[in-house]
Design a protein around this ligand. Structure first.
Ligand SMILES: NC(=O)c1ccc[n+]([C@@H]2O[C@H](COP(=O)([O-])OP(=O)(O)OC[C@H]3O[C@@H](n4cnc5c(N)ncnc54)[C@H](OP(=O)(O)O)[C@@H]3O)[C@@H](O)[C@H]2O)c1
Length: 235
């Protein structure tokens, strides 16, 4: 990794998990061991992205963090991908494949992180519903250029816990899958510095289905047992 700041685009960074991801990535700039970065929030609307960037900065400032060493900007999804080295897809499975078709050429040689969980609601509960490729991660890999390194991570992380940047009582395991060892190592380092997560090597990308399928399990167990924001802790 070079000494320049990494540019990380969080597409759909205006949504639930994207918001927490943006805050946790930006905070790494204040940690001695954190991966220094600039965060670009991607959205279908530049205006929405700019508002989300302003909101994230003011939340960090209100929590007492020094925002002079933090850069968060807003952009359209495509503009964000064009400048970034790492792209996080915090978008629902229903919309992520058409978006990848729009931004495909700009993904050459870059790292794409997928936390995407394909699931359907049945009554009050959720079922894992992978595409024919076997998982969202494998469907995404099929849609991006061969030079793009796909890393599956953050599927089992609660957005509420990620956004809770002041209180950080529990450390959850975060399973990371990829076929590219270097990309996996970098994303595990980013994960370790999120403050609430312990990265564990989850193996090659073909194993991502096992990790994606844990998310509906966590949501259902929470609903059925009156619990909230569950995560996994297997280590
Ligand atoms: N929420 C969680 O706790 C959690 C945990 C683990 C994994 N995940 C995964 O993370 C992903 C995002 O989940 P989320 O709950 O954060 O989603 P979300 O808040 O419902 O949506 C995220 C963003 O998607 C964009 N979006 C909406 N419709 C779109 C469309 N038709 N085309 C392109 N973009 C569209 C919106 O951004 P703009 O309107 O700004 O374009 C929205 O802010 C999902 O794949 C989910 O499985 C979520």
């Amino acid at each position: 990794m070079n000494s320049e700041k990494l540019k990380i685009a969080v597409l759909g960074g205006t949504g639930n998990i994207g918001e927490g991801m943006v805050l946790r990535l930006a905070l790494q700039n204040l940690m001695p061991e954190g991966v220094k970065n600039e965060v670009i929030i991607g959205s279908r609307s530049k205006e929405t992205a700019n508002e989300a960037a302003k909101k994230a900065l003011s939340e960090l400032e209100n929590c007492g963090f020094d925002i002079s060493r933090i850069t968060i900007t807003g952009s359209t999804n495509l503009e964000a991908v064009l400048v970034a080295e790492i792209i996080v897809l915090t978008i629902s499975f229903d919309y992520v494949l058409p978006l990848l078709d729009e931004i495909r050429r700009a993904l050459e040689g870059k790292i794409v992180i997928t936390p995407v969980v394909p699931m359907v609601k049945e009554g009050n509960l959720f079922l894992y519903k992978p595409p024919s490729e076997g998982s969202a991660a494998l469907a995404i890999q099929k849609r991006v250029p061969d030079s793009t390194k796909v890393v599956a991570a953050f599927h089992n992380v609660s957005s509420a816990k990620l956004k809770d940047i002041v209180k950080c009582e529990s450390i959850y395991d975060a399973l990371v899958c990829s076929d590219d060892a270097e990309a996996k190592k970098l994303i595990m380092e980013l994960t370790r510095n999120m403050g609430c997560l312990k990265p564990l090597d989850g193996g090659p990308l073909k194993l991502a289905s096992t990790i994606e399928s844990l998310t509906p399990l966590l949501i259902n167990i929470a609903k059925l047992n009156g619990l909230k924001n569950l995560g996994i802790n297997i280590s």
